[in-house]
Design a protein around this ligand. Structure first.
Ligand code: NAD
Ligand code: IPM
Ligand code: MN
Length: 361
């Protein structure tokens, strides 16, 4: 079994570097006890990369990702770009360009209600309790990438194109049926087939595939209805398959079930090296203040380990995050937590180090 792994580390902007520091701390704690070695290769992305090189995705960063066993990604984005819509170069192009270049067509966003966090959600306990769903968001096509896009010459009209090819739908649908088979056997396709031609192609394509997966109960739901059902009865969902934009919006909505966007991790998988990223952004209001929740980033590192076959080690991260929640070592976004970013990371790393002595790594 391989014992040494190269990880490209793209911390990015805002709270990205702070939460990344905690994930690396946790991975170091695992390294010390498990005999596994991680070689971290830091690279620039987003606004930090624009400041340093003028390019949100410098060629050296893409190269580092292609050479790595996995990519750990923090967050990108800066208010100086958010409030200047005319700028041609933007931090988000770094992330979108990287996803496209690596062919990361599927973004897996698990949403789980931790028993110790049922009170953290503004939704009632009987609604959120037992939630365990997986949003599978198409990540490199649809309205995010379709051509043509832009402005008319007089600047008064703007347009984006939503484009999907049947092949793009089939490859992610196979993946989604596979995940549903391995879980509770239910797949919900979320679309807007009553209005959009692309959604009608999704519905036609995925419905035609369903008979090949007889062990999966397949259903379809319009996105407006899904947005309501997701917080009305989240336990009714197992795997949710949807396009790029709907998946972006529904996953932030689903974070309300867990209590905070600061807990949601994700894996972006496809053709080249997989990338692991929190669902949240650069949360500029908290940048540099040691108060952002590092759990989404740390749990993204756990998903990274699982993808490398290091399931026991990933399990230790999950156990340690659970323990932090049980011990109320949480940041302010969860139940008026009093801990700082670094205190949460320290607790998780220490828990791993101490448990590791009695476990069978
Ligand atoms: P955001 O996800 O950064 O923050 C939205 C809200 O979520 C915050 O106000 C906060 O209440 C909460 N939150 C987010 N992360 C948290 C954490 N770790 N701990 C505690 N609370 C947390 O979204 P935004 O404010 O809409 O966007 C800010 C910037 O981030 C923009 O530039 C945007 O483009 C970028 N962005 C980047 C990514 C990414 O890198 N993947 C994702 C979303 C947004
Ligand atoms: C996300 C973010 C990105 C997206 C932005 C920053 C490009 O919101 O990762 O969810 O929309 O995909
Ligand atoms: Mn988003």
């Amino acid at each position: 079994m391989k014992k040494s792994f190269n990880i490209a580390v793209l911390a990015g902007d805002g709270i990205g570097p702070e939460v990344m520091q905690e994930a690396i701390k946790v991975l170091h704690a695992l390294e010390e006890k498990s005999g596994i070695a991680f070689h971290f290769n830091e690279a620039l992305i987003g606004a930090a990369a624009i400041d340093a090189t003028g390019d949100p995705l410098p060629p050296a960063t893409l190269e580092a990702c292609l050479e790595a066993d996995a990519v750990l990604f923090g967050a990108i984005g800066d208010p100086k770009y958010d409030n200047a819509p005319d700028l041609k170069v933007r931090p988000e192009q770094g992330l979108l360009g990287l996803r496209k270049a690596l062919g990361l067509y599927a973004n897996l966003r698990p949403v789980v209600c931790y028993p110790a966090l049922v009170q953290a959600s503004p939704l009632r306990e009987e609604i959120v309790s037992g939630t365990d769903l997986l949003i599978i968001r198409e990540l490199i096509s649809g309205i995010y990438f379709g051509q043509p896009r832009g402005r008319s010459e007089d600047g008064n009209t703007a347009f984006d194109s939503c484009v999907y090819h049947r092949d793009e739908i089939e490859r992610i649908a196979h993946l989604a049926f596979g995940y549903a088979k391995g879980r509770r056997g239910k797949l919900t396709l979320v679309d807007k087939a009553n209005v959009l031609a692309t959604s009608r192609l999704w519905r036609e394509t995925v419905t035609a595939m369903a008979p090949s997966y007889p062990e999966v109960q397949f259903e379809t739901l319009f996105v407006d209805n899904a947005a309501m059902k997701l917080i009305q009865q989240p336990t009714a969902f197992d795997v949710v398959l949807t396009g790029n934009l709907f998946g972006d919006i529904l996953s932030d909505e689903a974070s309300v079930i867990t209590g905070s966007l600061g807990t949601l991790a994700s894996a972006s998988v496809g053709i080249e090296t997989s990338l692991f990223e929190p669902v949240h952004g650069s949360y500029p209001q908290a940048a540099g203040q040691n108060r952002a929740n590092p759990m989404a980033m740390v749990l993204s590192a756990a998903m990274l380990l699982e993808s490398l076959g290091l399931t026991a080690e990933a399990g230790h991260i999950r156990q340690a995050v659970d323990a932090a929640i049980q011990a109320q070592v949480m940041t302010e976004d969860l139940m008026q937590g009093k801990a700082s970013t670094t205190e949460v990371g320290d607790f998780i790393a220490r828990y791993i180090s101490e448990r590791a002595m009695t476990s069978n790594f």
